[in-house]
Structure formats: structure tokens, C-alpha cells
Design a protein around this ligand. Structure first.
Ligand code: ADP
Length: 439
């Protein structure tokens, strides 16, 4: 449409300009060839013998609106060619309709000095231009409509093809919703670089993440129910026994107490992890003397180690970190008690606390059975226990301790790593950022 309008206006302007130029040229020629008598009387303005082509019509009007002269081809027509322009004091061009014919006129005031003595009017037939412009307009309207229609159809076809894979996305998304099956993925065979490919790729990634989250949630629920069942069965069995015996049996009561303690511990751990997940676990950051805290923990755990395990301090540097003292204590207790718990008699647990760049580095190394290679990447997951510790139900926990430890260390801006070889012991290394003033 813009192209059509531009072409139409431009051609119109160019053609009219050409006519205007020839009108101006003719008016100049006529004026230079016109003779006026010495009085300057308008009656005596005489048109020179000018060879007018049949397309040019000339009139000379005096100031009283009397027709002084006109070209022969004008015949008996005695009206001004341009009734408005006759009054003008400056040359003027105008499109007029004379006897149903389209004309372009020029009106030039005739002056002697500054005195107006009449007006020269020349008209040129523009019927051909008019026809040309009308035909051009029709052609442009038809081609514009046609090209709009064509581009509409083409766009519909091309966009339809380009966006067709989106239908697959919608279908798959609906299937997932209806079938509750997160294992489905959207098939896409085109390039993974284009917009649709990227969309499908990220959609599939989201599905994968959702599937993982969903299955870990299901596993978590199954684990919790499983872990709850064992202590509850023991408690119920002992309670039944007590009822049957109808007397106080200390062993049964102790067993009930032990299992209740275990349950309480587990619920506490779960609560802590749930709070950590929702960001509601408050951490009370303060400067902590890590070396003193470690010594305190070791003193408490000596009882657990007994004569069975030798607790060896390799090196303890004076170290301050910024942290929550209770949570950091939990980290130390979890790691050292695990080392004691899983190391058989006559074993050694060695502890080193030092500095590495801007971090406090704590190493807890035991001479225990180690963690199998296939279990090592999973030990920080919730409820994860190696096969051996799963069977030793009494002494081992629920597999939550290391998840909690991992979370606490991360929340302090540190990191934890486990190294182990089956049969050759385990080493846990924890890095915690040093308190800035102590560096
Ligand atoms: P748990 O309460 O069962 O000890 P944790 O989360 O503390 O749970 O530990 C997860 C599992 O990692 C344990 O069940 C055990 O199999 C393994 N593990 C942790 N520490 C050690 C260690 N020092 N030596 C051998 N295995 C370990």
C-alpha cells in the first residue's frame, strides 16, 4: 500500500510538473512576443501569430474582465479558463474541468512596471494524464490487494509449518497432565539452535527436573514410612509383651525407651531438614572458636569411642569462623561419631584442623571399612545408607546425618567432600570460610 501510494503520487507530480513547465515556457514566449501600444491600453494587447498546438488554449483578459484576445482553437468559449486565477497577482497553476475535459491552467498577471493591465491564461488538456493516473490507480489497487492476499496465504502457510512443532508440545503437555506421566519427552527432529528447538529443549529439561523431584519426593515418603515402621513394630511388640506378662519388665521398657529415642531423633532430623528446605531454619551467626568447639566435641565423644577406637589429634590450629555454634557442633558430632561408629575395634580416627587459603580445613580420617565406590556419590542424600549399615539396624542411624551436615556446611559458605576406598577407611574433609578478622 505504501509502495502503491508513493508510485501513484510520484507519477502524478512528475506528469503535472512537466505540464506546468510547458505552460510556463509558453507563457514566457507569449509575453515576450506580445506588443502593447504606447498608451498601454488593454484593447490593444495583441497576441502574436503564435503557432498553438491544438492542446494549448490561450486567453488574455483586461482588468475589467473583458476578453481581449484568445487563441483560435478556443472557438467561441468566452469564459475565463480559470475563473479564480484571473484575480491573482502572482502566477498560479490550477486543475480545472472545462466542458467535461480535464485541463491544467496557468494564470499570469500582465504588468507594465507595477501596474496590472490584464491576465494571461493558458490551459493544456490533461485528459491523458488523468486517464493514465486513473488506470495506474486501478492497477495499483488490484496488485496491492493481490499481493496482500498472496502474502497472507504465504504467511499463513509458512508460519503454520514453522509453528507446527508447537502442536506437539501442547499435545505432549496435555498427555503428561492427563496420564500423570512425567517420563514422557517431546520429540523434536529439527535443529536445537532455533527458537522452537530451544523451547522444546528447555521444556524437556524442566520435565526431567520435575520427574527427578517427583520421584525423590516419592522415595522420601517411602523411606520415612519404612523407617517409622521398624521402631513402631518394636514398641508395639514390647507393649504387647508387657500386657501379656502383666508385670513390669525392665528389658521391654528399655527397648521401648530406645526406640522412642530413635523416633524422636528421626523426627527432629526430619523437622530440621524440612525447615532447611523451606529456608526457615534460623542460623545464629557469631564468631566461633572452631578449635575449642572441636576439643569439646572430642571430650564428649571419648565415651563413645571407649577403648575400642583410638581418637588421634594430628594437628589443631587456632581457628575462628563465623557460624552457628550449635549447627557447627552438629557437623563435628555427626562426622566424628560416624567415624567411630563405622570403624571396627582397634581402629583409629585421626583429626586435623588447619587453614587452607581463606578456609578452615577439617579432616576426619578413619581406618574403617570404607564406603563402596557406588555408594560414595549418594551418601549425602537423605535416608541413604550403605548396604552394610542398613543391616546393622541398632547402631546405625537413618541416613539423615550426612544430609544435615551437608546442608549446614553449605549454609556456612563451605563445602564437604568424602574420599574412601573399600577396606581402606574413609576421609571426610570440610572447608569453612575463616572469620575475616582472623585472616
Ligand atoms: P547414619 O545415621 O546412618 O549414620 P549418615 O547420613 O550419617 O547416616 O551416613 C550415611 C551413610 O554413610 C551411613 O549409613 C554409612 O553407610 C555411610 N557412612 C557415613 N560415614 C561413614 C564412615 N566414616 N565410614 C563408613 N561409612 C560411613
Amino acid at each position: 500500500m505504501v509502495f502503491g501510494t508513493t508510485v501513484y503520487s510520484l507519477i502524478g507530480i512528475l506528469l503535472v510538473n512537466q505540464v506546468d513547465e510547458s505552460l510556463t515556457q509558453t507563457s514566457r514566449e507569449i509575453i515576450t512576443n506580445t506588443r502593447i501600444d504606447s498608451v498601454g491600453d488593454l484593447d490593444v494587447i495583441i497576441l502574436p501569430q503564435f503557432n498553438f498546438t491544438s492542446n494549448l488554449f490561450v486567453q488574455v483578459w483586461d482588468t475589467n474582465r473583458n476578453l481581449s484576445s484568445s487563441s483560435q482553437n478556443i472557438g467561441g468559449y468566452d469564459q475565463p479558463l480559470d475563473p479564480i486565477g484571473i484575480e491573482s497577482s502572482l502566477p498560479e497553476y490550477r486543475d480545472v474541468l472545462i466542458q467535461e475535459t480535464h485541463m491544467r491552467t496557468i494564470s499570469v498577471p500582465l504588468l507594465i512596471g507595477e501596474r496590472p493591465i490584464g491576465t494571461l491564461q493558458i490551459a493544456s488538456g490533461t485528459e491523458l494524464i488523468y486517464l493514465l493516473r486513473r488506470t495506474l490507480l486501478y492497477i495499483l489497487i488490484v496488485t496491492t490487494l493481490f499481493s496482500m492476499l498472496l502474502s497472507g496465504i504465504l504467511s499463513w502457510f509458512v508460519i503454520g509449518r514453522a509453528l507446527a512443532p508447537l502442536n506437539t508440545v501442547t499435545d505432549t503437555a496435555l498427555q503428561i497432565t492427563h496420564a500423570n506421566d512425567l517420563s514422557r519427552r517431546i520429540p523434536y527432529h529439527g535443529s536445537e539452535e532455533d527458537e522452537i528447538g530451544l523451547l522444546i529443549l528447555s521444556f524437556n529439561e524442566t520435565l526431567e527436573r520435575l520427574e527427578k523431584l517427583f520421584s525423590s519426593q516419592q522415595r522420601f515418603l517411602a523411606d520415612v514410612s519404612h523407617e517409622l515402621r521398624t521402631p513402631l513394630t518394636v514398641i508395639k511388640a514390647n507393649a504387647d509383651l508387657l500386657r501379656l506378662m502383666n508385670e513390669i519388665d525392665l528389658e521391654s521398657l528399655n527397648s521401648i525407651k530406645d526406640e522412642t529415642d530413635r523416633l524422636t531423633r528421626m523426627v527432629g532430623d526430619l523437622l530440621l531438614l524440612a525447615q532447611a528446605d523451606t529456608g526457615k531454619l534460623p542460623l545464629n551467626f557469631k564468631p566461633v572458636e572452631l578449635d575449642c568447639l572441636l576439643l569439646d566435641v572430642l571430650k564428649d565423644l571419648h565415651l563413645l569411642a571407649g577403648d575400642r577406637i583410638q581418637l588421634k589429634i594430628i594437628e589443631i590450629d587456632q581457628i575462628q569462623v563465623n557460624g552457628d555454634v550449635d549447627r557447627l557442633k552438629q557437623v563435628l558430632v555427626n562426622l566424628i561419631s560416624n567415624a567411630i561408629k563405622y570403624t571396627p575395634g582397634d581402629g583409629t580416627v585421626s583429626i586435623t584442623l588447619g587453614k587452607e587459603e581463606e578456609f578452615a580445613k577439617l579432616i576426619i580420617k578413619d581406618t574403617g571399612p570404607g564406603i563402596p565406590r557406588e555408594d560414595l556419590p549418594h551418601i549425602f542424600e537423605r535416608f541413604y545408607r550403605t548396604e552394610k549399615s542398613r543391616t546393622r539396624s541398632k547402631s546405625s542411624g537413618f541416613g539423615l546425618g550426612l544430609s544435615i551436615t551437608y546442608w549446614i556446611v553449605n549454609a556456612h559458605g563451605g563445602k564437604i567432600e568424602a574420599e574412601s576406598m573399600e577396606g581402606a577407611g574413609t576421609t571426610f574433609t570440610v572447608w569453612l570460610p575463616l572469620l575475616e578478622t582472623s585472616t
